[in-house]
Ligand binder design. Structure first.
Ligand code: FES
Length: 97
C-alpha cells in the first residue's frame, strides 16, 4: 500500500484491515491534513489510483460530502475509507485547497 501526500512524500506501508486510510497515514507519520474525522470537512480527501477493491465500500458520509463524479473517479475521504485487506493500493492526499 502506497500513501502519497501533496509534497510528493511517498511511503510504502502494510495495509491493516479495519483501520481508515487516515489512521494508517498518521500511524506511519505521513503528513496528511485532516480536521473533523467525521466525513464533513473533506480536508482528508484523497484519490485512490490503484486497488479500490481493497478498501471497504463508500460510506454514507462520503456519499453526502463528495460528488458522484468524484466517487466515480476514485476520490475518497481518508477518515472514512476503511481498509478491507492489504494489497496493492495507491492513495494520494488531494484536498480541495
Ligand atoms: S477529516 Fe474531515 S472529512 Fe475527513
Amino acid at each position: 500500500m502506497v500513501l502519497l501526500n501533496g509534497r510528493k512524500i511517498q511511503k510504502h506501508v502494510e495495509g491493516e484491515s479495519g483501520l481508515t486510510v487516515l489512521d494508517l497515514a498518521l500511524k506511519h507519520e505521513v503528513d496528511w491534513g485532516f480536521a473533523c474525522t467525521r466525513g464533513t470537512c473533506a480536508r482528508c480527501r484523497c484519490l485512490v489510483t490503484e486497488g479500490r477493491e481493497h478498501l471497504k465500500e463508500v460510506t454514507d458520509a462520503e456519499w453526502d460530502r463528495l460528488e458522484p463524479e468524484e466517487l466515480d473517479a476514485g476520490y475518497r475521504l481518508a477518515c472514512q475509507a476503511v481498509i478491507k485487506e492489504d494489497g496493492p493500493v495507491t492513495i494520494t492526499h488531494k484536498p480541495y485547497f
